[in-house]
Design a protein around this ligand. Structure first.
Ligand SMILES: *Cc1c(COP(=O)(O)O)cnc(C)c1O
Length: 434
């Protein structure tokens, strides 16, 4: 059926590792050939065979206003005509920094980079340089990109592929990364006490999104804030996914907890390659050329990327009603999905924060890595392909979040619920036959 995709995948596998430029796209955890996409508009994707899908990946987050949103397209076109890169300062970088400061008041200074990975790598270097300490605490199942320090019990691709740490990461690096359990303050306290005076930073996804969507328990973020204050440790919120999504000011605003440093990616670049790290003046003052912590990039603050990101963030700032709208749409979809699961008595837990969420096929409440792992992966695998066949493009892993855009109309959401009903019906039959 997806002939062209399959042909392209065969060709891709000859010259690209696994046929993909990022493992999360490879369909490894659901099986089959990945769908090669041709174009998209709003929440509708079109693949190379001309088949259309309702999109719940949104390029893994950036497409909060839907694909090919006209103001971003125009901004990129107009900017491109004036040159795609200078490697010298431009006005749009200044406007971008000012805009972020208005939207996220805790970010006194911000440095643009080219990916979320780069943002997180840079942030911990800054935290280490600032504190003069080496160790970093992260949480099992959280994903902060593919920097060496983070590939220790990480979420997303590594979790899906069942390789929690990666060959090529040195023992020394692994020793400086300490793993705590998400939503468990005691596990953090133990590490801070054991390594008193050695922990530079605690980094986390304030809403976990890379082991499926897992909200922070009440008091968890505040508790981390207090622990960091008590131990002079830098609190880093990795808001690559949650930034400008769960609220204009990200998780910091939604939960009323202020981090010392924040990292961004995804929405901030509107689908172009952008990341950023920022934070309090005092911490950011160590970044070169102000301070001794080196960090640089030939294409950082790239005009095309800045023009696109600035256009998208401006819209979100100007019209906060987008967030109410997204919240309503997501709640509507969640209710519809729960009704279907209940109708067929499918064990499920649907976690959701604003316009991100995920469906776990389990009876357990999902609050951390271990409970996320109780989801029925075999069930998801069949479900995923049944949905794909019915024109619904879900993230190809049970451990990824689904994203909504303002372009998900009531009609699309209703169609998704209908597809789910018929898909679940078939999954149950197939599971019964097996
Ligand atoms: C996607 C993601 C990253 C990595 O960003 P890239 O742009 O893929 O390098 C880091 N942290 C979180 C929370 C993410 O969701």
């Amino acid at each position: 059926m997806l002939e062209t995709s399959e042909k392209l995948f065969k060709r891709a596998q000859q010259f690209i590792p696994g046929g993909v430029n990022s493992p999360a796209r490879a369909f490894n955890s659901v099986g089959g050939s990945p769908v090669f996409l041709e174009k998209a508009k709003g929440s509708i994707l079109t693949d190379v065979d001309g088949k259309e899908y309702i999109d719940y990946v949104g390029s893994w987050g950036p497409m909060i206003m839907g694909h090919a949103w006209e103001p971003v397209i125009s901004a990129v076109q107009e900017t491109a005509a004036k040159s795609t890169s200078f490697g010298a300062p431009t006005e749009i970088e200044v406007k971008m920094a000012e805009l972020v400061k208005e939207m996220v008041p805790s970010v006194d200074k911000i440095r643009m980079v080219n990916s979320g990975t780069e943002a997180c790598m840079s942030a911990i270097r800054v935290a280490r340089g600032y504190t003069g300490r080496d160790k970093v605490i992260k949480f099992e199942g959280n994903y902060h990109g593919h920097g060496d320090s983070f590939l220790i019990k990480a979420g997303s691709g590594p979790l899906t592929l069942g390789s929690p740490s990666s060959p090529g990461v040195t023992k020394g690096t692994a020793e400086d990364t300490l793993n705590a359990d998400f939503n468990d303050l005691n596990s953090v306290k133990k590490l801070l006490n054991k390594y008193e005076g050695e922990v530079a930073a605690i980094i986390l996804e304030p809403v976990a999104g890379n082991m499926g969507c897992i909200p922070p328990r009440k008091g968890f973020l505040q508790g981390l804030r207090e622990l960091c204050d008590a131990h002079d440790t830098v609190l880093i919120f990795d808001e690559v996914m949650t930034g400008f999504r769960v609220a204009q000011g990200g998780a910091q605003e939604r939960y009323g907890v202020t981090a010392d440093m924040v990292t961004y990616g995804k929405i901030i670049g509107a689908g172009l390659p952008v990341g950023a790290f920022g934070g309090k003046q005092e911490v950011m003052s160590v970044v070169s050329p102000d301070g001794p912590v080196y960090q640089a990039g030939t294409l950082s603050g790239n005009p095309l990327a800045m023009a696109a990101g600035y256009m998208l963030l401006s819209e979100l700032k100007k019209h906060p009603k987008h967030y109410d709208d997204l919240e309503k749409k997501a709640a509507y979809l969640q209710t519809g999905l729960i009704e279907v699961m209940n109708k067929y008595e499918v064990p499920h837990h649907i976690n959701r924060v604003g316009s991100m969420g995920s469906v776990f096929f389990t009876d357990n409440e999902v609050t951390d890595f271990n409970s996320a792992n109780t989801t029925d992966q075999e069930f998801f695998k069949i479900f995923f392909h049944q949905m794909l066949e019915r024109g619904v493009y879900l993230p190809p892993s049970p451990f990824e979040s689904w994203f909504l855009a303002t372009t998900h109309s009531q009609d699309l959401l209703d169609k998704t619920v209908e597809a789910t009903d018929s898909a679940i019906n078939v999954v149950l039959k197939k599971m019964g036959d097996a």
